[in-house]
Design a protein around this ligand. Structure first.
Ligand code: KG4
Ligand code: ZN
Length: 379
């Protein structure tokens, strides 16, 4: 993956991500009969994104306009600012995605968009845009669950990956262990009881003075620290062995910080970061490996923003190798929010005949794998 970045006057980072293999083959991969080309849109949080994806796995263009720098001064995403920036950036992202893919709206077979879960105002920008394009062009409209998009990011670079497999989904709002039974069919076998893994990273980062966004900053600081400096607790839930709980771990880190402050001790940010990351990563890896073994799957994928964590990737790779499990992970830039993953998920929905009506709405708390809800509004 090759990433071209440009910081705009308002602080927004504009990124064009190119898959070199697709770029080299672009000439020979011009549209064939039966090909399905999808324009995908994502705006569930603080990234405005558009992509053109062919047949679910070939990313012709992938544009992300990241507002992260605008929210950093507030220590987290401000929903109102996010929605307004999405409105400003959306058309530009789509225009660039189409032109970099070398297509026009006429060449598109369907328009796909994240319709939940996420921030309602932010989601509504993408949903309205997708509905407007579908209405104006008469093309089919497909609503995609954001987390199903994250899972589907694995299909882009792993052309051989097919369900069934186990997927660990770890993002800012979700920590789920899922069996991907078929395309678009999910069985949740474990989930967090309290904070999501990404949320814990963000809160701990703020507490130790690393600021927002916490995940990447802890990841970086942890590389300089000693993961065995402190032993933070790893919660086990007796009646649900695949569930997670990160609030005890987070509180334990916060207690340590308060105590250190009261005793006038200097805080070693890197050691706290490394020890905290180790505690989170070990729980995530052990649950995922156990699930593969007990459910009898030899393929394991990871997805979501936290899946870009270098400690998680390293330990998961090691443990998969030791247990003869094939390990799949998207490139870090496809782990965090993007529209290419939405296009990948949408392709399999398209093939199943899923079509949404223009009554599609944003659903901020959309549950994963809830077919009934997803088919609401079908034409
Ligand atoms: O999937 P994502 O981009 O957005 C949501 O759907 O939530 O995930 C964002 C989360 C944030 O909590 C962020 O701190 C975390 O992913 N994250 C990381 C890393 N990069 C992003 N956490 C740990 N290590 C990272 N390298
Ligand atoms: Zn996400």
């Amino acid at each position: 993956m090759e990433i071209k970045k440009n910081v705009e006057d308002d602080g927004v980072i504009f990124m064009s991500i190119k898959d070199n293999k697709v770029e080299e083959a672009k000439e020979s991969t011009s549209k064939k009969d039966g090909d399905v080309t999808i324009l995908a849109i994502e705006s569930s949080c603080d990234e405005t994104a558009a992509a053109v994806v062919r047949n679910g796995r070939e990313v012709l263009s992938n544009i992300i306009s990241s507002q992260i720098a605008l929210h950093t001064i507030y220590g987290g995403v401000v929903p109102e600012i996010a929605s307004r920036k999405h409105v400003e950036k959306m058309n530009g992202c789509i225009k660039t995605a189409l032109s970099e893919a070398g297509v026009t709206l006429d060449d598109i077979d369907a328009v796909a968009v994240t319709y939940g879960p996420g921030l309602v105002g932010a989601l509504l920008v993408g949903v309205s845009e997708a509905k407007a394009i579908a209405f104006a062009t008469g093309k089919p409209l497909i609503g995609v669950h954001h987390i199903e998009g994250h899972i589907s990011a694995n299909f882009i670079e792993n052309k051989d990956l097919e369900p069934p497999f186990v997927c660990l989904v770890v993002s800012g709002g979700h920590s789920h262990l899922v069996v991907v039974k078929d395309y678009g069919e999910y069985e949740i076998i474990g989930q967090t009881r309290d904070d999501a893994a990404g949320e814990a990273f963000d809160k701990v980062a703020r507490a130790i003075g690393l600021g927002y966004p916490g995940g990447p900053k802890i990841d970086k600081a942890a590389k300089e620290g000693n993961p065995d400096a402190f032993t933070f607790p790893q919660a086990k839930i007796d009646d649900a062995e695949y569930d997670f709980s990160f609030s005890g771990l987070k509180s334990s880190v916060l207690n340590y910080i308060n105590q250190a402050k009261m005793q006038g001790q200097e805080l070693n940010q890197a050691d706290v970061a490394a020890s905290f990351q180790k505690a989170v990563v070990e729980v995530l890896v052990s649950h995922a490996i156990k699930a593969c073994k007990e459910y009898g799957y030899n393929k394991l994928a990871i997805a979501g923003g936290v899946a870009s964590n270098s400690g998680l990737r390293e330990l998961m790779e090691k443990e998969c190798e030791a247990n003869k499990i094939s390990f799949y992970r998207p490139s870090p830039v496809l782990c965090t929010d993007n529209a290419a993953m939405i296009g990948a998920a949408a392709y399999y929905e398209y093939q199943k005949g899923v079509r949404f009506g223009l009554d599609m709405n944003a659903v901020p708390n959309l549950p994963l794998g809830d077919r009934e809800r997803r088919f609401h509004g079908r034409q």
